[in-house]
Design a protein around this ligand. Structure first.
Ligand SMILES: Nc1ncnc2c1ncn2[C@@H]1O[C@H](COP(=O)(O)OP(=O)(O)OP(=O)(O)O)[C@@H](O)[C@H]1O
Length: 248
């Protein structure tokens, strides 16, 4: 099976920042899997995702998505991946329908096709009845679900999600995770970050733990638990590798 993501010796230091965000990160994720990119606060997860989708440029090293270079082939990459950022990337004063039509047109999706996709996804994420409500009137869970739809409109081969279940209730979380599993069963690759390790353990077939901008461990959750001495679950593995010191 070929790789969806290939990252080699990635380095990034934000101008004026105290710490170096990425210090020679090496990482591979295979096509067609649900992969977890895990790490404590400030480990470099968002920076990694931002480089993969061309929002941030690395100082050194290479990042490839389906063999395409994140610096040279970003237009091609953007057609193949859907990004769901940590922050809600929707206009609060517009309705979900208006936001999604606007975003879909940026992808040049024909309006008739776009409206069908929006209707399908709103239904899938339980938002049909609130399609014409403004986003600022949405609950946290509804905003997260609408934010995910925005990343799916162009039917990407890979979905990259930065903490898609942060701060949502169990019902929204279950709906989101069920969708990710279904999308993956259609052959799509899912890469996601989360601080909820029990959740990652449940849905990921491959987990990479990063800390201080480097890869610390990577394997299936089951193998990681077996290999780390005295650990019974992914949370214990995470503490085993990253320690108990609280991060700034
Ligand atoms: N725009 C920026 N300017 C300066 N420093 C930054 C910027 N973005 C991130 N950093 C720093 O880079 C490092 C990595 O941050 P990053 O957001 O990638 O980590 P993360 O693993 O996503 O963390 P979290 O779990 O808190 O979201 C941190 O030390 C952070 O303070």
């Amino acid at each position: 099976m070929s790789n969806a993501i290939e990252i080699d010796q990635l380095r990034k230091h934000y101008p004026g920042a105290e710490n170096t965000a990425l210090q020679g990160l090496n990482l591979r994720f295979k096509k067609g899997i649900i992969a977890g990119l895990l790490g404590p606060n400030g480990a470099g997860k968002t920076t990694t995702i931002s480089i993969l989708c061309g929002l941030v440029h690395q100082d050194q090293g290479t990042a490839r998505v389906f063999g395409l270079d994140s610096r040279q082939d970003i237009i091609e990459i953007k057609k193949k991946i859907g990004i769901v950022p940590q922050q809600i990337a929707l206009y609060p004063q517009l309705s979900a329908q208006e936001n999604l039509e606007y975003i879909g047109r940026l992808y040049r999706i024909p309006l008739r096709v776009l409206r069908m996709r929006i209707a399908f996804l709103l239904e899938r994420f339980g938002l049909t009845a609130n399609a014409h409500k403004r986003i600022h009137q949405y609950s946290g869970g509804m905003k997260r679900r609408a934010n995910i739809i925005a990343g799916l409109l162009h039917e990407p081969e890979m979905l990259v999600l930065d903490e898609p279940t942060a701060g949502v209730d169990v019902q929204s979380r279950t709906m989101i995770l069920d969708f990710l599993k279904l999308y993956n069963e259609e052959g799509k690759t899912i890469i996601y970050t989360s601080h909820l390790l029990e959740e990652a353990e449940r849905i990921c077939s491959d987990v990479a733990i990063i800390d201080e901008g480097r890869l610390i461990a990577q394997d299936s959750p089951g193998n990681l638990v077996r290999q780390a001495e005295g650990c019974n679950n992914l949370e214990e593995v995470f503490l085993y590798y990253t320690g108990r010191t609280v991060r700034e």
